[in-house]
Design a protein around this ligand. Structure first.
Ligand code: BDR
Ligand code: CA
Length: 312
């Protein structure tokens, strides 16, 4: 039986690859719907970009809802310097024509969790956690009905990528992250420690391009664009495919390793705002509230992505 998921996202080229991986893996995953949140670019663009991706994948039937247009408390910080003006620079695709669902993304998340059987829906946040926190605040009964939250965010040994201390998704809405990590829901966290090992390379992008379809051309174009930033800025070998790690873990968890830890979110100091304070070594008695992944078999991960894209 495929696992039922809601993807909450702010595309973003790596979000796009995550969505393609999910849509191309129907044996493993049922995508109930996709909710957009403000993050990499403003909500008007993220909610457009989700539909661009669904149409590219031939899935106009997917429910797409727009959610929060700004973080709970702080002003929105975006990342056009990484993802380009549209958030999805790198592939030339038509404006989407499929409509947005009229429901607010937060209502859709609550409705789905309250109507589907308890313990059967997994939430996959790939951007700031605003929608998920709002849903938990508005309808606290969903906490015990969520099977698991598998998210991309935070970092331990790798530090941060938007400030020295903080990873982008958590930094943009640290107060939302605090709500989510404190909700008592099982959490699996794809930190920078693991995503910085899921790097693109010439040959990995070439093998996606070699699939020779409209979807693979767009995916390779996105990867080429995305990798430029990290290669120039960090001198790394390629670009880290952060968000697809979330989906890959649901399909093939054996590709990853990590440990259960306590994770707390910094929301007080401006210097370290949005830092994930991860008790990797178990030096406190604080409850282990998250499964923090730290390593991935990158070849297996890229093979999985190529396989899913070839199915679309
Ligand atoms: C995260 O921030 C965004 O730029 C990416 O899409 C990813 O979700 C990585 O820090
Ligand atoms: Ca993202």
């Amino acid at each position: 039986m495929p696992r039922s998921i809601i993807i909450d996202t702010d595309p973003g080229q790596d979000d796009a690859l995550a969505i393609l991986l999910a849509l191309g893996s129907p044996d493993a995953l049922e995508v109930i719907g996709i909710t957009a949140v403000a993050g990499n670019v403003p909500l008007a663009l993220t909610s457009r970009n989700v539909r661009v991706i669904c149409e590219l994948a031939g899935r106009r039937d997917i429910t797409v809802c727009a959610g929060a247009d700004r973080p709970l408390l702080r002003p929105l910080v975006t990342a056009e310097h990484v993802h380009g003006k549209t958030g999805l620079d790198g592939a030339d695709l038509p404006e989407p024509t499929m409509p947005l669902d009229p429901r607010h993304g937060v209502d859709f998340i609550i409705e789905t969790l309250m109507t589907r059987a308890a313990g059967t829906v997994t939430l996959c946040p790939l951007g700031p956690l605003t929608n998920i926190a709002m849903a938990l605040i508005r309808e606290p009964r969903i906490a015990s009905r969520i099977k698991e939250i598998v998210l991309m965010g935070g970092g331990c040994f790798e530090g941060g990528n938007i400030t020295p201390a903080a990873e982008f998704n958590i930094f943009v809405d640290p107060h939302a992250a605090k709500v989510v990590f404190g909700a008592g829901v099982p959490i699996t966290m794809m930190s920078l420690d693991v995503t910085h090992k899921a790097l693109t390379s010439r040959s990995r992008v070439a093998s996606i391009k070699a699939i020779g379809s409209k979807v693979s051309d767009a995916a390779a174009g996105w990867l080429d664009f995305f990798e430029r930033f990290d290669v120039q800025k960090y001198g790394s070998e390629g670009g880290p495919l952060h968000d697809p790690c979330v989906i890959a873990w649901l399909i093939r968890p054996e590709l990853f390793s990590g440990r259960r830890c306590n994770v707390e979110i910094e929301t007080v100091s401006e210097l370290t705002m949005g830092m994930t304070v991860i008790d990797w070594w178990g030096v406190t008695e604080r409850p282990k509230n998250a499964h923090v992944l730290g390593d991935v078999d990158a070849d297996g991960f890229f093979a999985l992505i190529a396989q899913a894209i070839s199915r679309l």
